[in-house]
Ligand binder design. Sequence first.
Ligand code: BJW
Ligand code: ZN
Length: 239
Amino acid sequence: MRLDVRDNTHVLVLTGAGISAESGVPTFRDANGLWEGHDVTVVASPEGFANDPRLVWKFYSERRAKLVGIEPNAGHRALVELEQRLGDRFLLVTQNVDGLHRAAGSTRMVEMHGNIRRTKCWGCDREPFHDESTYLDKVPVCRHCNGPLRPDVVWFGEPIAPGAMDAVEEFLGRAESLVFLAVGTSGLVYPAAAFVHVAKQRGGATYLVNLDRPANVDGFDHVVIGPAGRELPALLSAH
Ligand code: BJW
Ligand code: ZN
């Protein structure tokens, strides 16, 4: 199968943890969604942070440390090539916080769940800042307000990263002919899981590349089951 891209086709791509799996980044729901016996959806939540910020920083610090030396894979690179062909008729929205799309060279890209290598303040509005430090024993403190610092990622119940939904709306607003492609995502987390339905409502053709059948599989017109590093380059190869 090939993605059907014509002269005026706009392609909106949504990626999830599965696209980074072949780079060696564990998916969110690997190990049955557990980290050291804790439910990751609790560790990655405002309630979890309020209850035990040290534990939450340990979780994110370990994940920061594991990203050192990790490289993008053929799936990330195939999306860079597609962007180069389409220019402004391309937008990539990623749920991933690992920064691998940017490392691969994607530029028309929004990180809707934030970035794990940024830190922000839980207590004040200071600008989030680049941070690769690991905090294993002590919760870091803000030098402006003395409040606890936290990773600049989006937890359940929090609004999507500033500007991300606007970028999607703006893109959909100028898409004459729309193709939507989801890659490596379980279709369990909203609003990302609903993008396929939004695309269909707007007359878009919908494609999926995933290792297994996700929760929202029924919304897709074309389904490719297999690893993204192998299937994406094939699906996106130029005619
Ligand atoms: C491969 C592969 C390979 C493996 N090749 N494939 C509507 C209905 C119901 C509930 C809601 C709703 N709207 C909102 C909600 C609430 C909530 C929600 O969705 N709850 C559900 C659980 C029901 N959503 C929110 O709270 C969101 N916020 C929001 O809506 O705000 C509204 C608001 C407005 C104004 C004020 C306040 C609020 C926020 C969601 C935030 C999600 N955050 C996390 C953590 C980020 C930080 C971190 O990384 O720690 O984001 S949770 C986690 O899940 C992470 C991921 O980005 C996200 C999605 O996971 P993903 O990427 O799909 O990974 P996996 O592991 O689940 O799946 C991987 C897939 O890849 C699998 O299918 C594999 O088979 C496949 N795969 N290897 C191809 N090689
Ligand atoms: Zn502060």
